[in-house]
Write a new protein. Structure first.
Length: 261
């Protein structure tokens, strides 16, 4: 009887030791991505995990904040920026593996209002008077000094001659999604965000689209970090796949590369 008990003890120890490597081998990747990519990348992460078994842990914020966090040693495997400037910054700081960089997506810039706004379609062009449209209200967008959506917004308004009058009315948000929320809640009568953001928020509607030539091209580069796990390469390949393209396009992004598979 004692021998039988001893056998079961030994067996349980053996089985326990066999579970340890499985836990140790649990694969995951940490992705730092622009806030505007959240819905699409959540879907893509789920699809990739189902396909590969590698869990994707995503952290979303303004590209500026994420680049600085990586610079300060945050443990990220991939960085997806909403503009090329912050990817260039990260490469200059040697926190990114430059050969892995790819300009993956495009987007457009739109003017939004709360869904019940009486504002009709706005023709956005030279001489466009955004300050007058806002009236006594605020105009929400990302911080124009750092957040890509805000930088694009300022560039467009300067090109169209509308920045000087509108500047005092701006409510600067920490990310494009924060600006979107201000308009959706009716706290700002107008906002400037990406078309993909407006598409996923039922509390707002697009009242105008900024001409593509009024601001630098909106490009989302992605790359592995300098400290990325080896598994990052396969995930980057998946981001360029036909399956990922379908998801990105469902959310309104423009796919800028030829699909790998």
């Amino acid at each position: 009887m004692h021998r039988l008990a001893g056998y079961f003890v030994a067996l349980s120890i053996l089985l326990g030791s066999n579970h340890t490597p499985a836990i140790a081998q649990d694969k995951s990747l940490t992705v730092f991505a622009a806030a505007s990519m959240k819905n699409a990348l959540d879907d893509i992460g789920a699809a990739y995990t189902a396909k590969s078994g590698v869990r994707i842990v995503a952290s979303y914020a303004a590209s500026s904040a994420l680049a600085k966090q990586i610079e300060q040693g945050a443990p990220a495997d991939l960085f997806a920026s909403a503009d090329t400037d912050w990817m260039d910054h990260a490469i200059a700081k040697k926190t990114i593996s430059e050969p892995t960089r790819v300009n993956l997506l495009g987007n457009s810039l739109v003017l939004i209002a709360p869904k019940d706004s009486k504002l009709d379609k706005v023709a956005i062009g030279p001489g466009f008077d955004l300050a007058k449209l806002a009236g006594d209200g605020r105009i929400a967008t990302g911080d124009v000094k750092a957040v890509p959506s805000g930088k694009y917004a300022r560039a467009a308004l300067e090109k169209l001659g509308a920045w000087h009058a509108a500047e005092p009315k701006f409510a600067m948000a920490e990310s494009v999604r924060a600006a979107l929320a201000l308009v959706a809640r009716g706290e700002a009568p107008l906002g400037i965000v990406y078309s993909t953001d407006a598409k996923i928020e039922p509390g707002v509607r697009i009242v105008g689209t900024f001409p593509a030539d009024s601001h630098p091209a909106i490009i989302y580069p992605v790359a592995a970090t300098a400290t990325a796990k080896p598994e990052a390469a396969a995930y980057l390949t998946f981001l360029r796949s036909s399956a990922a393209k379908t998801i990105f396009e469902k959310y309104g992004f423009v796919f800028l590369v030829s699909p790998t598979t």
